[in-house]
Design a protein around this ligand. Sequence first.
Ligand SMILES: C[S@@+](CC[C@H](N)C(=O)[O-])C[C@H]1O[C@@H](n2cnc3c(N)ncnc32)[C@H](O)[C@@H]1O
Length: 248
Amino acid sequence: MLISKDGSRWNLESRMETHFEVDRLKDVYRQYGERGWGKKKWAVTNRGNQAIQQERDRKLEQLLQRAGFLPLGNRRILDVGCGTGEILAGFEAWGARPENLFGVDLLAERIRRAKDNFPEMTFQEANAEALPFANGFFDLVALFTVFTSIRDHQMARNVSREINRILRSGGAVVWYDFRMNNPFNPHVRGISRKGVRRLFPEYDSRLMTVTLLPPLARRAGCLTDLLYPWLASLLFLRSHYLGVLIKS
Ligand SMILES: C[S@@+](CC[C@H](N)C(=O)[O-])C[C@H]1O[C@@H](n2cnc3c(N)ncnc32)[C@H](O)[C@@H]1O
């Protein structure tokens, strides 16, 4: 039995962690780090990356507004697979308070950097198969490109079950992830609408396609403002699903 910050108790019995998948993920991210993959690709100075983020933020704001979550105010938000914390910090723009922002990630190094970057938020190194929070503690759970990294179906099921446990009824999962496989990266797998529904079967899930294929977006350079909206209007060039999935 564990006791959470707010004094409530929860049971860790019957929770299984898929240690081999944890080891595989840590190994994959160690390789990415050694090759400097993420850094170059997702540089914030790249115009295409900026356009991807602006489009996503604009559409997510509309979805949150329509679902009645804005302004975020006192809502508690957990970012699962939070990396170094930038996406979680973005929720402050919609009125979230830093003391209500929590992030977990498998990777100790990312959590260390998240704490350095955003000391007023709460970050913990944790496997999302066993989240260290009480039942129904959160109003929103952010999932940004997390499930596509998880190749093992058992881990994916365990993580979605844990998210369901710590999310209150009427709360929501914010989903943003690849809908297609990446032919250049065997460590990830795209997740279809059906795949999202399988993970969160009881949720009211409305997903929209967003994001111009990142390798294309990043090459647009000074023509980004012109090309991004035009190319992103073509469904087959949109690589991600974005959605707010409401728990009944
Ligand atoms: C592709 S990165 C995305 C990071 C961040 N959400 C973003 O969009 O920039 C996926 C992250 O999920 C984390 N992750 C994958 N499986 C996890 C698990 N079972 N528990 C906690 N974190 C996990 C990884 O360590 C990694 O930091």
